[in-house]
Design a protein around this ligand. Structure first.
Ligand code: CA
Length: 173
C-alpha cells in the first residue's frame, strides 16, 4: 500500500490479507525502506537463493501471476492429475508457506468440499510434487505425517494423506 505510514510496519498482500509469515523470506538487511520510498516487495536472486527485498513501486520488473483453479468435480487422484494436465498446467504444488496461503485464500472463497487433491504423491520412499518442485516445505495437519504409499490432499487446517481412489474436488494451476 503506497499510502501507509511507517508507524505501521505491517505488510499486506494485494488480495487484502495481512502477511501472516513471522519472518518471511527477506534478504539480509531487508526490508530497509531505502530513502523512505520502498513499500513494495520484489524477489531478488541472491547467489543460489531467491529472497525478498522491499523496493519502490516504480521499478520496472518482470512479474508472476499465479492462478489456482478449484475444480468442483469429484475425481480420483489420477483422473484429477490427467484433467489438470489436459485443461491447465498441473495439479497444484504447495511448495512454500506463500503458496499454502494463496491456496487457502482461494479455497476460503467457496469451499464446498472438505478435502481437495494436490499434486503431492508418495513415490518409492519419499513425497514428491508431480510438477517437479523440490519438497522442502511441509504443512501437515493434526494427524501424524504419513509414511505409507497414499496420496495427499490439502485442507484448510493442513495436509492429510488419503487413498488415491477417493473422489475429491481438486486444485489445478
Ligand atoms: Ca530495500
Amino acid at each position: 500500500n503506497c499510502n501507509t505510514t511507517r508507524s505501521s510496519t505491517r505488510w499486506m498482500w494485494s488480495g487484502g490479507q495481512e502477511m501472516l509469515l513471522t519472518k518471511g523470506f527477506w534478504a539480509p538487511g531487508e526490508p530497509n525502506d531505502w530513502s523512505n520510498g520502498e513499500d513494495h516487495v520484489a524477489i531478488r536472486h541472491d547467489y543460489y537463493n531467491y529472497l525478498w527485498v522491499d523496493a519502490p513501486q516504480y521499478f520496472g520488473l518482470a512479474f508472476l501471476c499465479y492462478k489456482v483453479h478449484a475444480i468442483r468435480t469429484r475425481m480420483t487422484w489420477y483422473d484429477a492429475l490427467q484433467y489438470c494436465r489436459q485443461n491447465h498446467q498441473d495439479l497444484v504444488s504447495v511448495a512454500s508457506e506463500t503458496e499454502m496461503m494463496l491456496i487457502k485464500h482461494e479455497l476460503s472463497k467457496e469451499l464446498s468440499s472438505y478435502n481437495v487433491w494436490t499434486g503431492l504423491q508418495y513415490l518409492v520412499d519419499s513425497w514428491q510434487w508431480m510438477d517437479g518442485q523440490p519438497f522442502s516445505y511441509e504443512s501437515w495437519g493434526p494427524d501424524p505425517k504419513p509414511t505409507y504409499t497414499l496420496l495427499n490432499v490439502t485442507k484448510l487446517v493442513g495436509w492429510n494423506a488419503l487413498n488415491c481412489n477417493r473422489k475429491l474436488h481438486f486444485l489445478c494451476y
